[in-house]
Write a protein that binds this ligand. Structure first.
Ligand SMILES: [Zn+2]
Length: 383
């Protein structure tokens, strides 16, 4: 398989890779090989609280899943933030979706920052602390650990060379989750969403890098972010519903929400939570529109709901955000007690999913979409 690494310090990286390759040769496992390298110039990165324009190289490396001495590496558990990283192409057994911080080998009870899941040749799984890995792989534990790091950098995207030093000096620097989501909303609205993978391929700036930039730039305007507070909280609430998921990505989002913060290492997950939430909403609204059996049109076009004759509806789905010159808008799908379905096009953040509201307003139109009947509303006010 192939992985890409962004490297500023070529010498350090090549030395590290060389060491791993030499050990791999010595112990007879697959030797990682550079298959492509591409130099990028004038890229903005932040180191030690300061922006630098640097040149770096993107290395594409061909390697195989680490396996030696009849053991295979399956996953790494980060116990500081409860992040599970499964080796690409491997499947995490369900009983390890909520790993405890223990070593099945030495059973010594101590605080571990991370543990590793391995599979023995007889199919048995073991969760092992870093110090005990060597007993299974029969080679130097440091070699295994550096190999693991190399393997997992696949999903980390950036290597430690680009991590601002102030974050590494004193443990992990933590960003508040809701603040991170607010910054991310602002950045996405301004620049669109660019995943780190796309950023490397198309030579653009990833959303995650811009978010990091925003945190570090002393001139960042924090007041402007207040408009995203509700949205950010909705995404956090969504993340908190994922505790029963069987998918380790979604579980990681859940754990970040429980922690209520994220570090440089998990920032990418936090940033992507907004995209995951949007996908979730989109899926739900598709489900709604195929499952709904609305009763037909309500009332007559032009008819008004007044203070004496209020409309009570529950929010069934919220469409994707629509960016307009008048601000961020969306369609709310609403349903009253009798099962009539209404649509209201208005500002995002106005209504929350599954909440019930009483409204005044006017029936704007009757429309049909995918075989469903919608009564469109306009000029509504929440009472
Ligand atoms: Zn141990």
């Amino acid at each position: 398989m192939q992985a890409q690494f962004k490297i500023i310090d070529n010498v350090k990286f090549l030395n590290k890779l060389n060491k791993i390759a030499n050990k791999a040769r010595k112990y007879g496992y697959s030797v990682p090989e550079i298959v492509d390298s591409q130099e990028l110039t004038n890229q903005t990165v932040i180191i030690n609280d300061r922006k630098f324009v640097v040149n770096y190289t993107v290395y594409t490396i061909d390697y195989e899943i680490f396996s030696a001495g009849n053991c295979s590496l399956i996953a790494k558990f980060d116990h500081i933030e409860n992040i599970i990283k499964t080796v690409p192409d491997q499947t995490l057994p369900e009983q390890y979706l909520h790993p405890t911080n223990q070593c099945d080998h030495c059973h010594i009870n101590r605080q571990r920052n991370d543990t590793y899941l391995i599979r023995l040749s007889n199919g048995e799984y073991k969760q092992i602390g870093g110090n005990c890995l060597a007993d299974y792989f029969n080679i130097d534990a440091n070699v295994i650990l550096s190999w693991c790091d190399l393997s997992f950098t696949l999903t980390d995207e950036l290597t430690e060379e680009i991590e601002p030093k102030e974050f590494t000096n004193n443990g992990r620097y933590m960003f508040d989750l809701v603040e991170t989501l607010k910054v991310t909303y602002y950045i996405i609205e301004k620049y669109g969403y660019i995943s780190t993978k796309n950023a490397i391929e198309k030579n653009q700036t990833a959303t995650k890098s811009r978010v990091l930039d925003y945190f570090l730039d002393k001139d960042s305007n924090w007041g402007v972010l207040n408009q995203y507070t509700t949205k950010a909280q909705i995404v956090k609430e969504y993340m908190l519903t994922l505790g029963e998921e069987k998918n380790e990505y979604l579980l990681t989002l859940y754990n970040l929400a429980v922690n209520n913060n994220c570090s440089f290492h998990s920032l990418g997950y936090a940033v992507s939570a907004i995209i995951a939430y949007n996908r979730h909403i989109e899926k739900n609204s598709q489900k709604e529109s195929t499952q709904q059996t609305s009763k037909g049109y309500y009332g007559k076009v032009g008819e008004k709901f007044t203070a004496q004759n209020l409309l009570t509806v529950t929010v069934k789905s919220i469409s994707k955000e629509i960016y307009t010159q008048y601000g961020v808008k969306c369609f709310y799908t609403l349903e009253n007690k009798e099962g009539y379905v209404f649509k209201w096009y208005t500002d995002c953040d106005k209504l929350k999913i599954n909440n019930t509201y009483t409204l005044t307003g006017t029936i704007k139109d009757h429309s049909q979409f995918n075989g469903e009947y919608y009564t469109e509303l306009t000029n509504c006010r929440i009472k």
